[in-house]
Design a protein around this ligand. Structure first.
Ligand code: FAD
Length: 453
């Protein structure tokens, strides 16, 4: 059978290789380290954790990341198996001994009869063969240029500028309202596309004080600290002048607050729908380098967001990622060059777990194709399916930014209470439904390696 080439032996590439090899497919992993390094990686090992040593929550009933853990374990995932083997005590989180973990992953793959590892940088997108590119947020420059040449430079980003994302059902609509500036738009939907949160002068001044005082994260060495126009962190805008935000993303013009039509707001924070389901809203123009704890404190000062829950917080990082909603099909193949798949963080997911999960899927999808029995995309009600559906179809392509797995990506379960009160039941219902769907998909699609040798 045809060989599967995987470029990048990080979280995604390692898991993809493991899955494909166990299905009986020969795999070559092309990893540039240690010959060529990145500013964050320290070793030549596969699946190196570049920062925190945590795979986050392991709660598979109340947390979407925990559910991804569960789904990966059910699929015999190597990243989860090695994480379990090298687990450290960390309450409800899955933290690991990072060196033992990546050495474990390296050893298991090196010992696998179907896997070989070639050290060296790949700098082109090949014209033939079967490939998965899983080169991550720090994809080498040469390869980045080759990908940009293929996709168009406007569809490959080298930085993310993530505005915080809020669960819609935690916004207080007795203070907020839906309206586009100057009621612009051809349809009612467009005229009411934005969710607005008004501020008085006092609230605005207090908000600016909090922004200026908040704890911020520095850029990592090797990341450029020059911001692109249009993605300045809000705290940097506030440092440039107390009125800058009021003339920028928070300008109060073209909007009338129906709750208080006679009072002109001093400033307005706008949120925009972030997914087709309408469960997630991002705060427009609010990319930030504030620390996570500071972000929740500061953003809860916005009228209407006092009780908001965040699906993800803001950030700005060096991060190479594709505009997947326009470039990838639901099998993670490059439209127009289907012999090339992408996996991991470069597809626009964020985090070790999400990246490994997308690697797991890509490995299975590619191997099945090689074996002549292509798989259906996983059900949307699984965590894997929700995530892949979001990046390849559900997300707004124009404002696409990397995403963590979260319950806002899931289709609602009928007949359950919304809001905070029903949350525990709702999350349990999502995870129960996901587990059943994932078990079903695995049973339907599992290939016995013995059959294929
Ligand atoms: P990676 O794990 O980065 O693997 C990509 C691999 O491809 C690397 O081994 C690289 O050497 C190789 N490669 C790149 N280009 C080429 C090429 N041309 N040819 C051959 N090989 C190549 N996530 C978290 O969950 N928690 C954190 O605390 C966290 N902190 C982070 C801090 C920093 C500074 C960065 C940059 C990222 C951080 N992330 C964190 C994100 C995390 O690194 C990724 O989510 C995860 O590692 C992505 O997995 P991946 O397999 O897509 O990429």
């Amino acid at each position: 059978t045809e060989t599967l080439h995987i470029v990048g032996g990080g979280m995604a590439g390692s898991e993809a290789a493991w899955q494909a090899a166990n299905m009986g497919v020969r795999v070559v992993i092309h990893e540039m380290r240690p010959k060529v390094g990145t500013f964050a990686h320290q070793t030549g090992d596969l699946a190196e954790m570049v920062c925190s040593n945590s795979f986050r929550s392991d709660d598979d009933e109340q947390n979407a990341v925990g559910l991804l853990h569960w789904e990966m374990r059910a699929a015999g995932g190597l990243i989860m198996e090695m994480a379990e083997t090298h687990r450290l005590p960390a309450g409800g989180a899955l933290a690991v001994d990072r060196e033992a973990f990546s050495q474990g992953v390296t050893a298991r793959l090196s010992d696998h009869p179907n896997v070989s590892i070639e050290k060296g940088e790949v700098t082109a997108l090949p014209d033939d063969g079967r490939w998965i590119f899983a080169t991550g947020p720090l994809t080498s420059q040469g390869l980045g240029a080759a990908i940009a040449a293929e996709t168009g430079t406007d569809r490959l980003a080298f930085f993310d500028a993530i505005a915080p994302i809020v669960y819609h059902d935690t916004i207080d609509m007795s203070q907020a309202w839906m309206q586009s500036r100057y009621d612009k738009g051809a349809t009612e939907e467009e005229r009411t596309a934005y969710l607005n949160c008004p501020m008085t002068k006092d609230q605005y001044e207090a908000f600016i004080d909090a922004l200026l005082a908040a704890d911020k994260t520095e850029f990592h060495e090797g990341e450029t600290a020059t911001y692109f126009d249009g993605c300045l962190p809000i705290e940097v805008m506030a440092e440039r002048g107390r009125e800058t935000l009021r003339h920028g993303p928070m300008k109060p013009v073209g909007l009338t607050n129906p709750h208080q039509p006679d009072v002109k707001p001093w400033a307005v924070v706008q949120l925009r729908r972030d997914n087709a389901l309408g469960t997630l809203y991002n705060i427009v123009g609010f990319q930030t380098k504030m620390k996570y704890g500071a972000q929740t404190d500061v953003f809860k000062m916005i009228p209407g967001l006092e009780n908001a829950s965040f699906a993800r917080l803001g950030g700005i990082h060096r991060n190479t990622f594709l505009n997947s909603p326009t470039l990838l099909d639901d099998q993670m193949r490059l439209r127009g060059k289907p012999h090339i798949r992408f996996a991991g963080q470069i597809t626009g997911v964020e985090g070790y777990v999400e990246s490994a999960a997308m690697g797991l899927l890509a490995g299975r999808l590619a191997a099945s194709e090689i074996l002549g029995r292509p798989l259906p995309a996983p059900p949307q009600d699984t965590a894997m399916g929700a995530l892949i559906h979001h990046i390849t179809g559900g997300a707004e392509a124009k404002t696409f930014q990397p995403m963590n797995v979260n319950f806002g990506l899931f289709r609602p379960v009928d007949g359950l209470k919304g809001g905070r009160r029903g949350r525990r039941d709702r999350y349990k219902a999502y995870t129960d439904r996901a587990k059943a769907a994932w078990t079903g998909w695995l049973a339907e699609t599992e290939v016995d390696a013995a059959e294929t040798v």
